[in-house]
Design a binder for this molecule. Structure first.
Ligand code: PHE
Ligand code: NA
Length: 515
């Protein structure tokens, strides 16, 4: 078999790495504005439903896939899906599933990170701007526009962040990633707790009825009658995003386990840590703070909540420079420890399929992300904060490809691999026994739910005009070419991903494919 694979050195390192993988900008930036936009308490009902019906089952599925692939020396989905599907399919048919899995995971880790890394870069910049009070007393919208317009500065903060990721990944899994997360994750918790304490003690200087507590009420009052299809879709999408499902990166991290290492309890621990960081910590920072200063309309600021609404608050808050810096540093840590998993996926792919050494591979990936990130930084629609290129990528990759890959996760690791094998793998070396009835969730409910989700997302994409040559959100058709650039990029990356998966499987399992 292949040379000795790197392994997690300690259990705590593994758990922190997985928590770092899942806990990201999704928890502190995306969750609050999704919840606010979709009705607060009305959003939380489908959110918890999706957590139990989709999130936990698919998390287990991905841990099982990852450890299984790792046993054969694979940390990528192409060969892993191939091996699992082969359990019930002829090699040549199994190859198709291998190609689908490899293609999707490659595309997500390449494209999603290409814009996510920019948001990490903004966070680095805003940490600095908060500490120095640079945006204090200024209009926050204009400040963000000016910042994005200063391409040199954008490239600097972004480049430093990507370079640091490259250093960590280049050092390896146990000697690099594991060591970095052991420092960063505790700091992340400290930062988050500081901010929660700040928000809990915040009254409104503007109107007494806007206190932070009102923000909590808005998020926690379950208003069943206000649940809409739209909010249910958004909630399920958020569960995928926040748990890092349908990306290939949970599998990649789990591939560095030993074949007898627990996955059942560890998978559950990943979900719990992420959800604590999301609903308890994430839900207690941006929304209540924004609510206290800006009222209910203020928390609906959408994407801009983190980078526009909150700076507005910090500049009026006692010790605002400090708390502002802590907030953006928190975002930076959260983003960094997630992006590192995407970065590692691609580095592992070069290492395993092309035999490129980890150090060299990390440099290649650095260059790749720099090139793919350029359109995000150069997109002229940043001048109005429309960011067409980023938006188009996010609509498809960040909310759609994930769900497709999640669907194939279950088809491959449960159905094609066979349910009894899956159950056995899940319990191999397990610290807990998963109750029998959960298998019903995993076999039927989760895939059906995912399928329905895909169906309705497609429907709502058609209705809201995302399939049109010039999608409906494009108010300035003269910039539609940036949308087309994003689409071209997606097509190109999907093709490369498919070809790569095909070649990787062929190279290693060519003989059985001949038969
Ligand atoms: N789970 C991550 C989050 O909540 C999602 C993610 C992972 C995004 C890796 C980008 C890169 O932010
Ligand atoms: Na998350």
């Amino acid at each position: 078999m292949a040379e000795q694979r790197d392994k997690w050195a300690t259990k705590i390192g593994l758990i922190l790495a997985m928590a770092g993988n899942a806990i990201g900008l999704g928890n502190f930036w995306r969750f609050p504005y999704q919840a606010a936009k979709n009705g607060g308490g009305a959003f939380m009902i489908p959110y918890f439903a999706a957590l139990f019906l989709l999130g936990i089952p698919i998390m287990w599925v991905e841990w099982v896939e990852g450890r299984y692939g790792g046993k054969y020396g694979h940390g990528t989905l192409g060969p892993t899906f191939y091996l699992m599907s082969r359990e019930s399919l002829k090699p040549r048919t199994a190859l198709i599933f291998g190609i689908i899995g490899g293609m999707l995971a490659f595309s997500v880790t390449t494209l999603l990170n290409s814009y996510y890394l920019h948001i990490i870069g903004w966070s680095a910049a805003y940490t600095y701007f908060s500490a120095t009070g640079a945006y204090f007393g200024k209009d926050s919208v204009q400040f963000l526009i000016n910042y994005l317009g200063n391409t040199g500065q954008v490239l600097l903060f972004w480049g430093i962040s990507v370079a640091l990721l490259g250093v960590a990944v280049g050092q390896g899994v146990s000697k690099g990633i594991e060591r970095w997360v052991k420092v960063m994750m505790p700091l992340l918790y400290v930062a988050a707790i500081l901010l929660v304490l700040r928000s809990l003690t915040l009254g409104s200087p503007v109107k007494p009825e806007w206190s932070a507590i009102k923000g909590f009420e808005f998020l926690w009052e379950p208003r069943l009658s206000e649940v809409t299809w739209q909010s249910a879709l958004a909630a399920a999408g958020q569960i995928f995003f926040t748990l890092s499902l349908g990306m290939g990166i949970i599998q990649n991290y789990a591939s560095y386990l030993g074949p007898e290492d627990d996955v059942a309890l560890s998978g559950l621990a990943t979900v719990s840590l992420n959800e604590f960081a999301e609903v308890i910590l994430g839900g207690s920072i941006a929304i209540p703070i924004a609510f206290a200063y800006l009222g209910q309309e203020g928390v609906k600021a959408g994407v801009g909540l983190a980078y526009i609404a909150l700076p507005n608050v910090f500049m009026n808050m006692p010790a605002g420079q400090f708390f502002g810096a802590v907030w953006f540093l928190l975002l930076w840590f959260a983003g960094f420890t997630s992006a590192i998993a995407m970065y590692n996926y691609l580095t592992a792919l070069l290492e395993e399929d092309l035999k490129i050494s980890r150090k060299t591979g990390a440099i290649f990936v650095f260059i790749l992300y720099l090139i793919l990130g350029l359109p995000v930084a150069l997109d002229p629609t940043k001048a109005t904060l429309d960011l067409y290129y980023l938006t188009e990528l996010d609509n498809w990759v960040g909310s759609y490809l994930l769900v497709i890959l999640g669907f194939f996760d279950i088809i491959v690791a449960v159905w094609l691999f066979k349910p009894e094998n899956f159950w056995e793998e899940l319990h191999k070396g397990a610290y807990i026994k998963v109750p029998e009835w959960v298998m019903i969730l995993i076999k039927y409910i989760a895939p059906a739910y995912t399928f329905i989700l895909l169906f309705f997302t497609t429907k709502s994409y058609i209705e809201s005009g995302y399939f049109k040559a010039v999608p409906s959100y494009v108010a300035k058709p003269e910039f539609a070419n940036w949308v087309w650039l994003a689409r071209g990029m997606m097509l190109f990356i999907l093709i490369i991903g498919a070809v790569e998966a095909y070649m990787a499987i062929k190279k290693k399992y060519g003989e059985e494919l001949e038969k």
